[in-house]
Design a protein around this ligand. Structure first.
Ligand code: NAG
Ligand code: NAG
Ligand code: NAG
Ligand code: NAG
Ligand code: NAG
Ligand code: NAG
Ligand code: NAG
Ligand code: NAG
Ligand code: NAG
Length: 625
């Protein structure tokens, strides 16, 4: 919407120049390539990445329920059922039933000579799978085996090992500014069927046939992926489920859930879950209604206690619990006791997080009171290499608590590596990589989740480093879905909290940007966000870039971690990161950059670093200036 107002003039301009219009049409008629659709990540960065949709059809026999389709595309059932006009996410599907599957579309360069746009979906090869079979059957020609080969250069297409992970590039496109300006908010990926013609596709999506040919050309072949420009998703009319099939499916589910509840011996627990799910459904409701405050809806919802409401809630609860059960392992409390030596002190990592070994695999096990639901709900929606992965959960009814079980991240927190482990110093290259990893993780939760997720507690102790020193964001305990909400209850960590949040309780993605700026300062200076005397690091940062070149250089030398002077790393690279950090710390949240801008700016720092190191010894050490 923001872009709409910006670009009306340019669209109008084009409208008046016939030749320009003509050119446009030619450029738009892009020939589908077997490897994918080329894109430009740098030409206008705002276009990529984006959230888009693909039209997928329920397919017999493997893809006849939302759980199977959701697993394939790594999204939850609700993320498909909501845009697809399906009221009961657990009901079976009818073969051929249309679904809108959400995709995170980005512009990627699988090799240095080509940039193509796709959603990167991981897929574990099972017996009998080939790139061709999975592309044409499972993904229904939303990609091609040629493209899969391009994206997986390390895999031998004719000799796939069972259990290996391949990445399937699902074709997608993001509208550029011109298209946004013309009212196109999504370019839906659609596989042209043999029974289709342009007019039937156009009327299915409620658009003009010309809009489709302008974008995809006139020579559309069956099984080509085409892009349909729409302002909003059309409402799919879903087949009414055969009456006899629906109840049986439902009772079965009910049985499973009830069985589980009894199995865990926690009938009372259901009540707690109900409250948790109430909050969850509030979030969804909020999205559906409008931007009203979270708190308001909560109150509204709780005050209505009619039996109808309760029934509705029960149905929702079923769907949502089963959503979690699909994705996560449910651990037994005995298993966890054994893994952690009875929660001995020696297994404690920090706070209430224990290290445990289950069947030879290491896990981090976090003990919680009944506040795990928020985190579970958020982690369920996200899947990114720079976010700590949740593996499962456990409910201990006797002790009235529950546990979240995460992947174990070997090298511990950035905080301890920077400030506690004085012997082992992090190189500038590693620090830069950490910054870029965290920025990517945050970009993902800010841009690719609907509603957006705000972490709210970004700090060096919530950033973990794996065995390759790649960073992962942990601890989504305070994270919040939704944006621009106001909270009364201020949470977070001193030294990292954005001033507007402290003052007014305004929650926005820009508060994470602020905290990220503080983490950058820690990486540059090696100092803690708040020192023993209570001095807050960020308050002194603004002054570094004041004054003339000489003063700047002097102040920078005072600031930068002495360890970095011992390395021959580029001062331009450091200066660039300082500039990013200071932009993040702007008092006015609207003036802070977005994580998309930050990822871009930090990659530039990375280039500066590598440019220098390529020249080897000719690189001037920091000290030289
Ligand atoms: C937007 O995309 C259309 C079609 O691909 C292209 O013709 C046009 O030049 C693009 N506009 C901008 C501003 O990139
Ligand atoms: C990207 O979009 C901005 C804002 O409309 C525009 O000023 C700029 O020229 C565009 N860049 C390119 C390379 O098209
Ligand atoms: C796809 O995603 C995985 C992890 O999420 C990443 O390791 C891989 O590099 C990505 N591949 C491409 C080509 O984007
Ligand atoms: C990159 O991929 C394209 C398309 O498959 C191919 O033509 C080209 O040779 C590749 N380039 C390199 C450097 O591998
Ligand atoms: C995908 O395309 C191939 C031909 O390229 C076709 O045989 C196959 O049926 C298509 N798959 C689906 C699910 O339509
Ligand atoms: C297939 O892959 C396996 C394991 O990756 C390897 O041991 C085997 O030699 C390969 N076979 C061929 C014919 O390349
Ligand atoms: C903009 O949209 C209108 C109507 O939706 C269409 O007629 C026109 O061709 C579009 N212009 C461009 C440049 O795509
Ligand atoms: C498209 O198909 C429909 C029905 O299948 C038919 O009525 C219509 O004439 C076709 N249109 C074109 C342009 O072929
Ligand atoms: C959703 O699907 C149902 C069943 O086909 C249909 O009756 C209903 O009209 C659809 N919803 C909307 C808003 O069109």
């Amino acid at each position: 919407m923001r872009t709409k107002t910006l670009n009306v003039p340019s669209a109008l301009l084009c409208f008046f120049f016939l030749s320009c219009h003509h050119l446009l049409r030619h450029a738009q008629a892009q020939v589908p390539s077997t490897v994918g659709y080329t894109c430009s990540a740098t030409a206008n960065r705002t276009a990529y990445p984006c959230q888009t949709y693909a039209l997928y059809r329920a397919l017999s026999p493997d893809f006849l329920d939302l759980a199977a389709v959701g697993d394939l595309f790594q999204v939850s059932r609700l993320m498909i059922s909501n845009p697809s006009n399906i009221s009961s996410p657990t009901a079976p599907l009818v073969a051929g039933q249309p679904l809108f599957v959400p995709l995170s579309c980005s512009c990627n360069s699988p090799n240095s000579s080509i940039s193509i746009s796709y959603a990167n979906i991981s897929f574990t090869i099972k017996s009998g799978d080939t790139f061709y079979q999975v592309s044409t059957h499972n993904f229904q020609n939303l990609t091609t085996y040629q493209s899969v080969e391009l994206v997986n250069p390390n895999l031998e297409a004719t000799n796939l090992t069972i259990g290996v992970t391949a990445y399937f590039p699902i074709f997608c496109k993001c509208p550029n500014r011109t298209q946004f300006g013309n009212g196109t908010n999504y370019l839906i990926s659609y596989v042209f069927q043999p029974s289709d013609n342009i007019s039937t596709v156009a009327s299915f999506f409620g658009v003009q046939a010309k809009a489709i040919t302008d974008l995809n050309g006139n020579n559309i072949q069956p099984f080509d992926t085409i892009f349909v420009p729409v302002a909003r998703l059309p409402v799919l009319s879903q087949p009414t489920v055969v009456p006899s099939a629906a109840p049986s499916g439902k009772t079965e589910r009910k049985g499973v859930i009830r069985g589980l509840a009894i199995g865990l011996g926690i009938t009372g627990l259901v009540l707690i879950f109900v409250v948790g799910f109430l909050i969850y459904r509030d979030g969804l409701l909020k999205k559906k209604i409008d931007g009203k405050g979270d708190e308001e809806n909560k109150v509204l919802y709780r005050s209505k206690q009619g039996s109808e409401r309760r029934k509705e809630m029960e149905v929702g609860l079923m769907a949502d619990v089963s959503d979690c059960l699909d994705k996560y392992k449910v651990f037994g409390i005995e298993e966890l006791r054994e893994a952690t030596d009875g929660f001995r002190e020696s297994s404690l990592i920090e706070g209430s997080v224990y290290k445990g070994s289950i069947n030879g695999d290491l896990y981090a096990i976090k003990k919680m009171k009944w506040n795990a639901y928020e985190e579970l709900k958020i982690l369920q929606k996200v899947n990114h290499g720079n976010l700590v992965k949740l593996e499962g959960f456990c409910i201990d009814s006797e002790d009235d608590c529950c546990y979240l079980i995460y992947e174990y991240v070997e090298n511990g927190s950035l905080y301890s590596l920077l400030h506690e482990n004085k012997n082992e110093k992090l190189s500038w290259k590693t620090r830069l990589q950490v910054a870029i990893d965290v920025a990517n993780g945050l970009q993902y939760i800010h841009e690719h989740t609907r509603p957006r997720v705000v972490h709210k507690d970004i700090k060096s102790s919530n950033i973990l480093l794996d065995s390759n020193m790649r960073a992962k964001i942990a601890n989504f305990g305070l994270a919040k879905s939704g944006c621009n909400a106001i909270t009364m209850h201020i949470v977070g960590t001193q030294g990292y909290i954005a001033p507007e949040y402290l003052a007014d309780g305004v929650v926005s993605t820009k508060m994470d940007v602020f905290s990220f700026g503080v983490v950058l300062l820690e990486l540059i200076s090696g100092k803690e966000a708040i020192d023993e005397d209570g001095n807050v690091l960020w308050t002194s940062a603004g002054r570094i870039l004041e004054g003339n070149e000489e003063e700047k250089a002097r102040k920078l030398r005072e600031w930068v971690d002495n360890e970095l002077f011992l390395e021959s790393c580029s001062i331009e690279s450091i200066l660039n990161v300082v500039t990013v950090a200071i932009a993040c710390l702007h008092k006015d949240p609207s003036k802070r950059p977005t994580m998309v801008d930050i990822v871009y700016a930090l990659s530039k720092s990375d280039d500066l670093f590598f440019d220098i190191s390529d020249n080897g010894s000719s690189a001037p050490p920091v000290r030289a200036r």
